[in-house]
Design a protein around this ligand. Structure first.
Ligand code: ADE
Length: 224
């Protein structure tokens, strides 16, 4: 898979992809992540990517031209399945959307800033809008990192058996059960006996019960 992220603040996207699982996934050749600086696609002398809104109103608006030039240049190299615009009023990211996107080959993620992008970008250049929740961030970069992380960890070979995404919360419609590690007794706070029993089928039953209990109490909406 290949993910191209378009931003006017590329430094914001350096660290999420240079550590841990997301770095290993790239090192293993399972995903290519490229961050593109929108300023490089600006044609004006100061390399600006935003301008005043027609009709007035507070806040700058991201211009269509640099975005179009960047997307056109990427599309001249390969075909993209989706051009996703990060926006608080987009469709909310869910595990099922991450699962769907993880099956794609090439994705573009466009990060918005200021008061958003010229509406014509949304009308003509993007295929889908994604929000990571009902709150407003300063820009789409952190949202793009969240979206990319949720997708990349699902790619075959990125996680090993022990960290498999199949045991993630939401993957089976349930919240994951609690986990414990050594010591088995910390200041009298004990690990549930069954986990120390070595009885694998009892342990699996316990995990399932805990996952259901936890989902009912924390996210009852997930259980129909
Ligand atoms: N840009 C600003 N806020 C956002 C959000 N909640 N989700 C996605 N992109 C955003």
């Amino acid at each position: 898979m290949r993910i191209d992220i378009i931003t006017c603040l590329p430094r914001l996207l350096e660290s999420p992809f240079s550590d841990s699982i997301l770095k290993r996934a790239q090192d293993k050749g399972l995903v290519t992540v490229k961050v593109h600086n929108l300023r490089e696609y600006s044609t004006n002398k100061h390399r600006t990517t935003d301008d005043y809104a027609f009709g007035g109103g507070a806040g700058m608006v991201m211009m269509i031209e640099p975005i179009d030039r960047c997307i056109t240049s990427l599309k001249s190299e390969r075909t993209y399945d989706e051009v996703l615009y990060m926006s608080p009023d987009g469709e909310t990211l869910s595990q099922s959307l991450a699962n769907q996107l993880s099956l794609k080959q090439n994705l573009i993620l466009l990060c918005g800033h200021y008061k958003g992008v010229d509406e014509r970008v949304r009308e003509h250049l993007i295929t889908r809008e994604i929000s990571i929740g009902d709150y407003v961030l300063s820009g789409g970069e952190l949202a793009a990192a969240v979206v990319a992380d949720s997708i990349i960890r699902l790619l075959p070979g990125v996680l090993n058996d022990e960290t498999s995404a199949l045991s993630d919360s939401f993957q089976d419609g349930l919240i994951a059960p609690p986990v414990y590690t050594r010591p088995a007794d910390y200041n009298g706070w004990k690990v549930p006996e069954v986990l120390l029993s070595g009885h694998q089928s009892k342990i699996e039953d316990w995990k399932q019960e805990e996952a259901i209990k936890r989902t009912k109490s924390r996210r009852p909406g997930l259980i129909s």
